[in-house]
Write a protein that binds this ligand. Structure first.
Ligand SMILES: Nc1ncnc2c1ncn2[C@@H]1O[C@H](COP(=O)(O)OP(=O)(O)OP(=O)(O)O)[C@@H](O)[C@H]1O
Ligand SMILES: O=P(O)(O)OC[C@@]1(O)O[C@H](CO)[C@@H](O)[C@@H]1O
Length: 308
């Protein structure tokens, strides 16, 4: 069973004004909103692809209740810790007509140690055959090494760990030997204080993450595609599917969901990467997270990942 953890879930409110300029009143006609936060997005797409999973996390207030309701409405099993104070964030995504996207992501509610402890206890039942996806930002009030603490708690239980995090939260999980980490190229660059202009440079720095302990690293590179570097030294590149992007919000999370779906289907990293790239594109080409059917329809257009 796959479990996703979203410590800081959100309602994503996506607007596409006909014109957008900072400092002015920008009017929009229609908005699309849905449950968000990286782990929740992975759960949404896995459910739509028919992969049984449970979305875990911590939420609060009217928005937290709505996030859980919307997830369940879309077929996700959920088990969130509900805090009595505060409210989960509402993240506003502005898609400008020129294709540029602006994200307004909140800090999220204060999250006390008791809420984190309650969540940790929910993880205690995981074991052999389970996959745990830890994805998204860590609320300010939660220790920055919480993902590493979760993985240490599960050590020796045969749980496959997937981590989509940035900065120190990512670095400190590496010694726990996660099955997969998925930085995008900017996040990988930030980790080493460098620019990642091309696939060759991405490969060089992804290898360093493998050396620090990651079993597999996927570097997502937006409309270029995605690179995989594995612990046995293999590296594969899969070019992005060509098409018109509508909103790339959640494309990285979709890549993670597609990767897990493909890995379950084929049992190979190659198959996993190809499904991941198809899923990322399916979400980039739609407003909100793509449906499983849209991913399956795009899969034949995703090229075979090839050694690089
Ligand atoms: N414009 C696009 N056209 C085709 N495929 C895309 C496009 N944008 C993203 N993708 C696919 O989705 C994958 C993930 O996208 P991206 O690298 O933007 O992730 P991300 O930065 O982690 O996104 P987010 O944080 O919003 O989830 C890419 O590796 C690519 O395969
Ligand atoms: O602030 P974080 O946790 O880093 O990212 C949150 C977020 O931008 O990530 C998802 C897209 O990947 C959205 O659903 C959500 O709003």
């Amino acid at each position: 069973m796959v479990y996703t953890v979203t410590l800081n879930p959100a309602i994503d409110y996506i607007v596409s004004p006909a014109k957008f300029s900072a400092g002015e009143i920008n009017r929009y006609q229609k908005a699309v909103y849905g449950p968000g936060g990286k782990g929740a997005n992975v759960s949404l797409l896995l459910s739509s692809l028919g992969v049984r999973n449970r979305a875990l996390g911590i939420c609060a207030g009217f928005s937290g209740g709505e996030i859980v309701r919307l997830l369940e409405e879309r077929g996700c099993e959920t088990d969130f810790v509900r805090m009595p104070q505060g409210h989960s964030r509402i993240n506003v995504k502005v898609c400008a007509p020129d294709g540029e996207e602006t994200d307004l992501n909140g800090d999220g509610p204060d999250t006390p140690p008791e809420a984190v402890e309650e969540l940790l206890q929910k993880l205690d039942g995981l074991g052999e055959g389970d996959t745990l996806v830890l994805a998204g930002s860590i609320p300010r009030s939660v220790p920055g090494d919480i993902y590493a603490a979760m993985l240490r708690r599960l050590e020796g239980r045969g749980v496959l760990a997937v981590v989509d995090a940035t900065g120190e939260a990512l670095r400190c999980v590496l010694p726990c030997r996660p099955f997969l980490v998925k930085p995008n190229s900017d996040e990988l660059g930030e980790l080493f204080g460098v620019e990642i202009p091309d696939v060759g440079t991405a490969k060089e720095y992804a290898k360093l993450l493998v050396r620090e302990g990651a079993r597999n690293v996927v570097v997502s590179m937006g409309d270029k595609g995605a690179l995989l570097v594995g612990e046995t030294g293999q590296s594969l590149f899969c070019r992005a599917v060509r098409g018109e992007a509508v909103s790339t919000v959640g494309a990285g999370d979709s890549l993670v969901a597609g990767f897990l779906y493909g890995y379950g289907l084929h049992g190979t990293l190659q198959g996993a990467l190809q499904w991941g790239v198809a899923a990322g594109a399916a979400t980039a080409f739609s407003k909100g997270i793509a449906s499983g059917d849209a991913v399956k329809a795009l899969y034949p257009r995703a090229g075979n990942p090839s050694p690089i």
